[in-house]
Design a binder for this molecule. Structure first.
Ligand code: GLN
Length: 284
């Protein structure tokens, strides 16, 4: 694979790193390799923002974002015009921008509250926003900026564009280790209840919906292949991370920076494929 280079600051990471951490429903952690090393979670943060907004909006949210796989790359703008400014799903960039816009409408201090929320999910203070990565993406953010203006032209964007983009680039620049990331996804393996936060994060049926979205849309135009090879709901990021859940069993995070042409980590997917094969775990 190849390290993502459209965000220059990310292109500087050592490509040979690999870490994996599994967290069971009792909170036991099993990890190897670079599993304690923080990395740029990028689009995996779209699951955290969706979870925050899901509660605030409930069903109204789904008039602004659809729940269909796109079959297009994560940063594609093409479908947005045919579909009149309603993004296919919350995990492609256009959909995530709508979610971050909703976050800005519903929370007074969205970035601080997002950070607090992820720390709460992980059960410890672990979230750090890498300002260099944030600025690096902002300086090369033409596509996401174009998408935000396009959404606004369809009246599917309510807050000032620069403000929302700053939050979006910052959420993408969050750094966490595999261990903390797996902990923060644990509630999705546990019917919406977080054993680290000691509370219900989403209702059981809404947690299932987030998992359904991860299964069908979490890997963009490679979602089918991930379901075929691994068989778990999960979400990737261009930092090389993948977070996934096996409902009622465990959550897991894998990281290795080199990506395939779809923008998903080659080794993370391969590792999950081997793991689910060996353990005979699959949703299906
Ligand atoms: N920050 C990246 C972007 O918006 C996130 C993309 C990803 O991780 N797939 O392009």
């Amino acid at each position: 694979g190849k390290v993502a280079d459209y965000i220059p600051e990310i292109a500087t990471v050592d490509p040979d790193q690999f870490g994996i951490a599994l967290v069971d429903l009792k909170g036991n952690v099993f990890g190897v390799g670079d599993h304690q090393k923080p990395f740029s979670i990028q689009s995996i943060s779209k699951v955290h923002t969706l979870t925050m907004v899901f509660k605030a909006f409930n069903s109204k949210l789904w008039t602004r974002v659809n729940v269909e796989p796109s079959g297009d790359p994560f940063n594609s703008i093409a479908q947005l015009e045919y579909e009149k400014g309603i993004p296919r799903n919350p995990f492609i960039n256009s959909g995530a921008l709508v979610i971050t816009d909703a976050l800005c409408s519903n929370f007074d201090d969205p970035l601080v509250q997002l950070t607090d929320f992820i720390n709460e999910l992980a059960g410890q203070t672990c979230v750090k926003i890498n300002q260099e990565v944030m600025r690096s993406e902002k300086n090369h953010g033409e596509r996401n900026t174009a998408m935000a203006y396009f959404l606004k032209s369809y009246k599917n964007f309510n807050n000032p564009i620069e403000e929302v983009l700053d939050v979006y680039f910052s959420q993408c620049a969050i750094e966490m280790s595999c261990v903390d990331l797996a902990r923060s996804f644990s509630f999705l393996a546990n019917d919406g209840y977080s054993i680290f936060a000691n509370r219900e994060i989403l209702t059981e049926s809404n947690a299932r919906r987030v998992n359904a979205l991860m299964l069908t849309c979490g890997f963009y135009d490679e979602a089918g292949e991930f379901a075929f090879r691994v068989g778990m709901p999960g979400k990737s990021g261009v930092g090389g991370g993948v977070a996934a859940v096996m409902p009622h069993k465990f959550s897991i995070a894998v990281w290795s920076p080199e990506l395939n042409e779809k923008g998903n980590s080659v080794k993370a997917i391969r590792a999950l494929e081997l793991l689910t094969d060996k353990l005979k775990f699959s949703l299906f």
